[in-house]
Structure formats: structure tokens, C-alpha cells
Design a protein around this ligand. Structure first.
Ligand SMILES: Cc1cc2nc3c(=O)[nH]c(=O)nc-3n(C[C@H](O)[C@H](O)[C@H](O)COP(=O)(O)OP(=O)(O)OC[C@H]3O[C@@H](n4cnc5c(N)ncnc54)[C@H](O)[C@@H]3O)c2cc1C
Length: 618
């Protein structure tokens, strides 16, 4: 079986498995109460220690997740002569990275930094990202809890990763790197590079996002280099020779097609060349050299994320979970064979990359404004209303009370922009003294306001934007079945009736009292008359909420990055509780621990490292 189904770089194997029944995976829009529930692997999940009797597919290197870790890892492994299979639970490659802004923080002396006279080095990156003395304006020590070994590996490999991206079909704006869109990328040098389309590149974009430029470029290169893709398969189990010893030998995955509401057939991937065409309920894949976990973290798994922050009950949606589940499955499968988590302090910090307020309201998937042109639109149901001016609405908690100045954002936006423009001295404890302490804690306020909440969890519930017909006119919102979702947007002639409708939302953890909502709006209107928000300091509150119909739109913040994951060493090898390497298992990106920095830079670099090392295994 092994030989027959082996995927070599020149061979494409098509297997039609017995029992080609479609198993609902990421299929229909789930019922409201299930939307943030973890897709827990089914009861058919094999015990990790028990090896399968047969392998359906074989490759030298098997990569789980076709995102910012997975694609560079695949290309690096293929460059080293390995046969590579990438599996992904989605119908398309890309993960969060394809929905991202495509702002790529990489430093250490990239060719673009050099071209534009920005002085940087691997040593500077390392010092920056392990500088304990850097403190955000809300007091958060951004880099203090980073793993120095993980950071050293990143610092040494960032500039080579940038050149690797250029060589593999990714284009960057030909201008000086800046800090725009970057979080936690250090203070000493500008490191943010911005993707552009390259000539002839595939451009299919489900989310219309800048990250498409990055990921389609890498996809083109990977496919050209013979990497095989098994899409619509969710890895549930990683096999090791023995449960707690020996090398990793393969994995099992199950079929998870995306079937949109109103359709009976699975959504097709944009590309088919290089795809493994397999219609089986489940599949086993042997990894002759190694497995790389690039599954993108755990923030979509409510139980997992509550290990770090118990406040984050199910009502808080994950940014872009329509495309990448971030369900902790990589971490859980590795932990089942002995891996340990690492650097967990980083996950709980109050940072912008972790929890974010968004301007999109009236739909639960409010991180990205999915347009009707997206193939995923039937899944998300509505694109949401974009708030241009928070003077047009107040935000209330589940009890119907305001709790914050709606004009303010969530947490501070990274250390690179404002705080240390003058006088930053690496490692100097006086750095913190130069900061004007200015906490921004909209999100903490939201999470702490569990007024009226009920057993068993006493959770804070969602937040709602409340406004009137005049606000709709001012914002020029079109309210229809495409812009707002009926489960997350309500209107009523009176505030009391509006509160009753909100109370029926399954994510509302307590009933909203009509009297309280009325009192909140009355108080706000009186502050508009007085020209001052004496409760929360909203600057000159401008518009009363008084002309019905009245509206309530879902305005709950989104959970974003995962900052804690598997313990890895400088080669990206996953380690156990005793600090021993689990042979042939690698990880990076949001599934790996030791990094406080947001996003693409660390993920692409760790994919670059893991792919190279995985291919070098015997
Ligand atoms: C809307 C948005 C905008 C962003 N913008 C930026 C930006 O401009 N700059 C920046 O630096 N960062 C940005 N980020 C963050 C960045 O995209 C992520 O940090 C990065 O993509 C993480 O890489 P990853 O490989 O760990 O995960 P991903 O890129 O999410 O890839 C994980 C992949 O694994 C697959 N997968 C998960 N579990 C399984 C399983 N069990 N079996 C098979 N496949 C599985 C997923 O489907 C997915 O394709 C943004 C993120 C979002 C959501």
C-alpha cells in the first residue's frame, strides 16, 4: 500500500476511497449556539498510540495547514528534494494569512531595509524582541516573556525568509519598510513590508484581502515545485511509534467539505492542479521524514482559550474563523503524544493582537466585511455595517448599560509607533518612566461587566451598538438582508421592545431590561444636551438617540491571535515536558509558543525554518 500510494514529486495519485459519503464538516452555517463550539474530533478518532494498519498516502514531509507556516515549510522541504503533502481542513489554501492585510514584519537586514538605508541586524532584532524593559502605555511588558531561544532563531532567519519570499513569487511594495500595521516588531528599526501583486500571479480572493497577494504567490510556487495538496481534510490524530516515545510516523485526517447553505455539493477549491483527489471519510498519511504542524493556533476553541483567559466564553467570535478554524487541533494532537505548551503568559496579556474592537456591526462575523462577491457569503450571511463615526451610536453591555467611551479603541496598538520615538535605550529600566500611562481598556470593561449574568458561568455576554433612524441616515447605511444578519440585528419602535428582542439572542447571557436600556439612553441624551459625557468621557457627545425606529446591532469584539502554543526549539522541533525533542515533529506560527509578536513575520519565518529542518531528517 505504501509504495502504491506514495506521492513523489513527479507523481500524482488519485485515490477514490470506499464509502465516499460526504461528512458534514465545515458545511452548513451551524446553529447559533454551536457557532463557536470547537469541532471536537469525532468518536472515530483513533488512539494516538495505536498505529493504523495501512497508510493511504505517503510523503517525506507532511504539513498540516496551508497557511503562513505551511506554505513556506512546503516550499523549503520541496527545495531540499523532499516529496511533500500539505493537508488543510478548508476548501482553499491560505488560512488566516490569506484573509490578512499582507503586512509582513521582517527585519534583521532585508534587502529592502538595506536599499532604503534602514540599519538593522539579526542581533538588533534579537535584542529588541527580548527587551524586558519595554512597556506599553497600559503597562504591558510586550517582550518580557518571550522565549529567547525561539527569538534568536527568528532573528537569525528573518532576513533570509524575506529573500526566500521574493524568490518564491511574493511581491513587496518598493518603498522603505515602515511600522504600519505592525504589532510587537521591536523599536530599533522599521520592519514592516507590504505585499503587492506580481505579474501573472493567481489572484482569487475569498476575502478581498491584501494577504491574498502573499499566499497566492506562495501557492503558485509550491504547486510549481510539485507540492501536493489534500484540501477538505482535518487532521485529528498524529501517530508516534509509541504513545510517549519514538519518532512521529504519520497522521489521520477526516473529510470536512465546505457545503454552503442552499447547496448540496462541496465548494470547489480555486485550483485543482496538484490537488490529491480523494473522496474518503478518513485518510491515513505516512510521513517518512517529518510532520509540520501549522494549524494556526487555538483561539477558536472555546475550552482551550479559556485555559488562558477564563472570561472568553462562547459569545466572542474568532476573527476570520470562516476561513481557518484555529481550533487547537494541532496542539491537542501533539499534546496527546507528549508535547507540552509553552510561553503561556503571552496569551493573557492585554494587547491589540489578542482581542479587538471592530467597526463592523450587525453580523457576528464582524472582523472581515465579507462582500456578496465572496464565495463564502452564503456561509456568513451578511457583510455588516461599517461604523464611520462612533458618535452615531452608543455601546451597551448585555444588561443594557454603557460602560465606556465608544470613540476609543481596545488595547494599545504595539510599541513601535508612539512610545519610544525619542530616547529608547535597549534594556534600560528607565524606558518605562518615559511612558505616559494611558490605559485603554474597553475590552476589559466589557469582559468585567457581567452584570445580571447567571449561573453556571456568569459570563459578560455580548455588546450591542444602539442607535436611531437619524444615525442610519448620517452613516448612509443600507439596511437589508445582505448587510445585516437577522440573528444579530434588531429594530423596534421603542427601546423597551428593542431590549426584548436582544434578550432573545442565544448569546445573551441574561435578559436585558427595557427600563435599564431606556434609562441608559435617557442619561446619554441628557449628556448630549450638556455637551459632556460625565460618565465615560466620550468627547463632546454629539447626537441624541431619540427618533425611532431604534436599532441594536451586534458589536461584540473579536478574539484574534494565539500567542501561546507548543514548545519548540530553535529548529522548530516540538518538545515534551522533559525538554526532549519529539523526533520528526515540527511546528511554528500561532500553534507554537515563545513569541509575543503578531502575525505573518514570525509564522512565515518559522515555516521557513521548519520546512528546511524537516526535509533534513533521515
Ligand atoms: C483578518 C486578519 C488580518 C491579519 N492581518 C495581518 C497582517 O497584515 N500582518 C500580519 O503580520 N499578520 C496579520 N494577521 C495574522 C496572520 O494572518 C496570522 O498570524 C498568520 O496567518 C498565522 O499563520 P499560521 O500558519 O499559524 O496560521 P494560518 O495562516 O491561519 O494557517 C493555518 C491553516 O491550518 C488549517 N488547519 C487548522 N487546523 C487544521 C487541521 N486540524 N487539519 C488540517 N488543517 C488545519 C487552517 O484551515 C489554515 O489554513 C491577520 C489575521 C487576520 C485574521
Amino acid at each position: 500500500m505504501d509504495k502504491k500510494n506514495e506521492i513523489s514529486r513527479h507523481e500524482f495519485v488519485k485515490i477514490v476511497g470506499a464509502g465516499a459519503a460526504i461528512v458534514a464538516g465545515t458545511a452548513l452555517v451551524p446553529p447559533l449556539s454551536a457557532q463557536t463550539k470547537t469541532p471536537v474530533p469525532g468518536s472515530t478518532k483513533p488512539a494516538p498510540g495505536k498505529l493504523p494498519r495501512k497508510w493511504d498516502l505517503t510523503a517525506d514531509v507532511v504539513i498540516i495547514g496551508a497557511g503562513a507556516v505551511g506554505l513556506p515549510a512546503a516550499i523549503k522541504a520541496a527545495d531540499a528534494g523532499a516529496s511533500v503533502i500539505v493537508i488543510d481542513t478548508n476548501y482553499d489554501i491560505g488560512g488566516h494569512a490569506i484573509t490578512s492585510g499582507g503586512n509582513v514584519p521582517l527585519g534583521g537586514g532585508t534587502s529592502f531595509q538595506k536599499k532604503y538605508g534602514i540599519v538593522d541586524s539579526a542581533d538588533t532584532v534579537f535584542k529588541d524582541l527580548t527587551d524586558w524593559s519595554v512597556v506599553e502605555v497600559n503597562g504591558m511588558p510586550e517582550y518580557r516573556y518571550n522565549d529567547p531561544a525561539v527569538q534568536r532563531a527568528l532573528a537569525d532567519n528573518m532576513a533570509p525568509t524575506f529573500e526566500f519570499l521574493l524568490a518564491n513569487g511574493v511581491g513587496f511594495e518598493d518603498k522603505a519598510p515602515d511600522n504600519s500595521g505592525g504589532h510587537a516588531i521591536g523599536i530599533s528599526a522599521k520592519r514592516e513590508h507590504h505585499c503587492v501583486w506580481t505579474k501573472g500571479q493567481s489572484a482569487e480572493s475569498p476575502a478581498g484581502a491584501g494577504g491574498t497577494k502573499l499566499m497566492r504567490g506562495l501557492e503558485d510556487s509550491a504547486r510549481k515545485k510539485g507540492v501536493k495538496f489534500l484540501l477538505n481534510y482535518h487532521m485529528d490524530t498524529i501517530f508516534r511509534e509509541k504513545l510517549d516515545s519514538g519518532r512521529v510516523v504519520g497522521l489521520q485526517a477526516r473529510y470536512t467539505p465546505t457545503i454552503l447553505p442552499g447547496s448540496t455539493s462541496p465548494l470547489k477549491s480555486f485550483r485543482s492542479d496538484g490537488n490529491i483527489d480523494l473522496s474518503a471519510k478518513s485518510v491515513t498519511i505516512k510521513a517518512k521524514k517529518a510532520i509540520v504542524i501549522g494549524t494556526g493556533g487555538s483561539t477558536g476553541n472555546v475550552s482551550f482559550r479559556r485555559m488562558f483567559d477564563a472570561r472568553l466564553t462562547e459569545e466572542y467570535a474568532l476573527a476570520a474563523d470562516e476561513y481557518s478554524p484555529q481550533d487547537g487541533s494541532g496542539e491537542l494532537a501533539a499534546m496527546a503524544i507528549g508535547a507540552t505548551l509553552w510561553g503561556t503568559a503571552n496569551q493573557t496579556f492585554e494587547r491589540n493582537g489578542y482581542l479587538r474592537k471592530r467597526p463592523i456591526i450587525g453580523t457576528r462575523t464582524n472582523y472581515i466585511g465579507w462582500t456578496p462577491a465572496s464565495p463564502l457569503f452564503p456561509k456568513v450571511g451578511a457583510s455588516g455595517l461599517n461604523v464611520r463615526n462612533w458618535q452615531d451610536a452608543i455601546i451597551v453591555n448585555q444588561a443594557g448599560k454603557r460602560f465606556y467611551n465608544e470613540m476609543d479603541d481596545g488595547y494599545p496598538n504595539g510599541t513601535t509607533e508612539g512610545f519610544f520615538k525619542e530616547g529608547y535605550v535597549h534594556g534600560d529600566w528607565r524606558n518605562a518612566q518615559k511612558i505616559t500611562y494611558k490605559p485603554k481598556n474597553y475590552i476589559d470593561a466589557a469582559l468585567a461587566m457581567n452584570e445580571g449574568s447567571v449561573a453556571p458561568e456568569y459570563s459578560a455576554g455580548p455588546q450591542w451598538a444602539i442607535f436611531d433612524a437619524e444615525a442610519v441616515n448620517r452613516e448612509k447605511w443600507v439596511i437589508d438582508g445582505k448587510t445585516v444578519h437577522p440573528d444579530y440585528f434588531f429594530s423596534a419602535p421603542t427601546l423597551a421592545e428593542l431590549a426584548a428582542k436582544i434578550s432573545a439572542c442565544p448569546y445573551q447571557k441574561a435578559r436585558m431590561s427595557g427600563e435599564i436600556l431606556q434609562a441608559t439612553v435617557k442619561e446619554y441624551n441628557s449628556m448630549v444636551d450638556a455637551g459632556a459625557d460625565t460618565a465615560f468621557d466620550k468627547p463632546s457627545p454629539k447626537y441624541k438617540i431619540e427618533n425611532g425606529p431604534f436599532y441594536a446591532a451586534w458589536a461584540t469584539f473579536a478574539v484574534h491571535d494565539t500567542y501561546a502554543g507548543l514548545r519548540i526549539n530553535m529548529k522548530g522541533q516540538v518538545m515534551d515536558m522533559d525538554g526532549q525533542v519529539i523526533q520528526s515533529l515540527y511546528s511554528g506560527g500561532e500553534s507554537a509558543g515563545g513569541c509575543s509578536q503578531h502575525g505573518l513575520g514570525r509564522s512565515l519565518t518559522q515555516g521557513f525554518i521548519a520546512g528546511k529542518e524537516a526535509a533534513s531528517e533521515k
